[in-house]
Design a binder for this molecule. Structure first.
Ligand code: NAP
Ligand code: MG
Length: 498
């Protein structure tokens, strides 16, 4: 199995080096002196040790971010200069694609082709898109009529100003990509950042901090504090001098973030879980629907918040679709991310392996029928089989809860109203897919689905300009696009009596 020996000397050196916290432009050990192990999910080997930040370190990082926020070097930096720095960072990400890909694959497990060919270019694109906004943060002029003062004249306008110090807590499923969604708009708007990567995947966040220092962002604009959610993450959500906390992860932790934020009523943005319906009509281009539906739930080993985990297929297409999907699942090459021909890597951790195989077992115990996969693959590394279940009922546990693994439950439908009711019968509302050639059906159905994103004849497509975020218990607010930029700004009204 290709492992550490197959990566570049640079990557081995980076992993073997002292990976500390980035606070106020300095690399420092944790106050406690503690470190934690980083594991390669393909081999289960320890590949690095990282300083373990906790409340005391978060406090120092917040102070550094506050100083940076108030410093003329950042607060008075023209938007065009911020844009130039962000653009330079995007260039550096692309130039270091190979290093980033190796770190991301070793840390998270994803196929190296995905890290190199999708994660790096998509992340660079988010930075470039957001760089454009740095010079376009405009307010408005607002004509005023004030009835009790008919003769008075006013001039009123709005300013759009950065929210301030932002705590960013990111998950392990797409470490660099999810980080770029948060860091890029914060930089474009002139905020400063304390970033806490997931304990499972701290490496590319630390490297990003290095690249930001190198391209010339002032000290303290970004601070990177790896550590555990219960300590470092909780301290960030609770900190009285953090103005906004933005979180991507589980709905359960999202609730804890909301509670923790109440002390100083910091602004909260949440990107949470899903149980997304993917709907195939019998007039669809079936080969495309089969490939797309497989990708919707098997891509990144199903560790995808928008995973199309509930597949609804119209009666007439059902048999062909299930057969095609099973064929796809059996053909997918599951293996170490560093092996060039792997299409699906391991799950991220032993904990996720246990969770996902637990759901697989429970599903068949509850009476679902296994059409493909169903368990762990091999004995070393956290690999699982792409899994398809039919004969599923909506109240089965695995049909209601987010699994975050390559597991799909397939059901058939005939009636459209019944389909809409079943698709919406979930606490989540992140995304949905529709596969059909009938454009009129698309426009009638899309508004009725209770979700933040609807994909038609494609799935999982994230573009920097397209707002993304969930309805219902899938989140608060949007990331990306103009709305994503606005979420880092606050509007000030200025009213002048003339
Ligand atoms: P998680 O616990 O929600 O972790 C996401 C991030 O939140 C990590 O950085 C985590 O830190 C941090 N965190 C955990 N507890 C915290 C707390 N009390 N206060 C502040 N931050 C905290 O997710 P997970 O345990 O890694 O995975 C569990 C499930 O979450 C998955 O199976 C999946 O269902 C869901 N999930 C969803 C997404 C998504 O994109 N929507 C992403 C990842 C996971 P540590 O990692 O250090 O604990
Ligand atoms: Mg966790």
């Amino acid at each position: 199995m290709p492992g550490l020996e197959s990566v570049s000397e640079w990557t081995r050196g980076y992993l073997g080096g002292t990976r500390d916290l980035l606070i106020g432009g300095e690399w420092v050990p944790a106050q406690s002196g503690r470190r934690f192990e980083v594991i390669d999910p393909a081999s289960e080997d320890v590949i690095a040790n990282v300083a373990e930040g906790a409340a005391a370190d978060v406090d120092l990082a917040v102070k550094a971010a506050r100083r940076a926020f108030e410093s003329p070097a950042w607060a008075r930096m023209p938007g065009a200069e911020r844009a130039r720095l962000i653009w330079a960072l995007a260039d550096r990400l692309e130039a270091e694609a190979e290093k980033i890909a190796e770190l991301e694959t070793l840390d998270n497990g994803m196929p190296i082709g995905v890290a190199r060919g999708a994660v790096v270019p998509l992340s660079a694109d988010v930075f470039r898109y957001m760089a454009g906004w740095a010079t376009k943060l405009e307010g408005r002029t607002i004509p005023l009529d004030v009835p009790p003062q008919p003769d008075a004249e006013f001039f009123a306008y709005t300013l759009r100003q950065p929210i301030g110090v932002v705590g960013q807590i990111v998950p392990w499923n797409f470490p660099l990509f999810m980080t770029s969604w948060k860091v890029a708009p914060a930089l474009a708007t002139g905020c400063t950042i304390v970033l806490k990567p997931a304990e499972q995947t701290p490496l590319t966040a630390l490297f990003l901090g290095e690249l930001m220092t190198e391209v010339g962002f002032p000290d303290g604009v970004i601070n990177v504090v790896p550590g555990f959610g219960e300590t470092a993450g909780a301290a960030l959500a609770d900190h009285p001098d953090v103005d906004k906390v933005t979180f991507t992860g589980s709905t359960e932790v999202g609730r804890q973030i909301v509670r923790a934020s109440a002390g100083n009523l910091k602004k909260v943005a949440l990107e949470l879980g899903g149980k997304s319906p993917n709907i195939v009509f019998d007039d669809a281009d079936l080969p495309a629907a089969i490939a797309g539906s497989a990708d919707a739930v098997f891509f990144n080993a199903g560790q995808n918040c928008v995973a199309g985990a509930r597949l609804f297929v119209q009666e007439g297409a059902y048999d062909e679709l299930v057969a095609g999907l099973a064929e796809r699942a059996a053909a997918l090459r599951v293996g170490p991310g560093l092996a060039p021909d792997s299409e699906v890597g391991p799950l991220v951790s032993a904990e996720q392996l246990e969770r996902v195989t637990g759901y697989m077992g429970a599903a068949t115990e509850e009476g679902a029928k296994l059409v493909a996969g169903g368990g762990r693959l091999g004995e070393r590394g956290f690999f699982v089989e792409p899994t398809i279940l039919t004969d599923v009922a909506p109240d089965m546990r695995f049909m209601r809860e987010e699994i975050f693994g390559p597991v799909v439950g397939v059901t058939r439908f005939t009636d459209l109203d019944d389909l809409v009711a079943r698709a919406n019968d979930t606490a989540f509302g992140l995304a949905a897919g529709i596969w059909t050639r009938d454009v009129s059906r698309v426009h009638k159905l899309a508004p009725r689905l209770d979700v933040g994103t609807v994909w038609v004849n494609t799935y999982s497509l994230n573009a920097s300009a397209l707002p993304f975020g969930g309805f219902k218990q899938s989140g608060w607010g949007k990331e990306l696009g103009e709305e994503g930029v606005s979420s880092y700004l606050q509007t000030k009204s200025v009213c002048i009596g003339l």
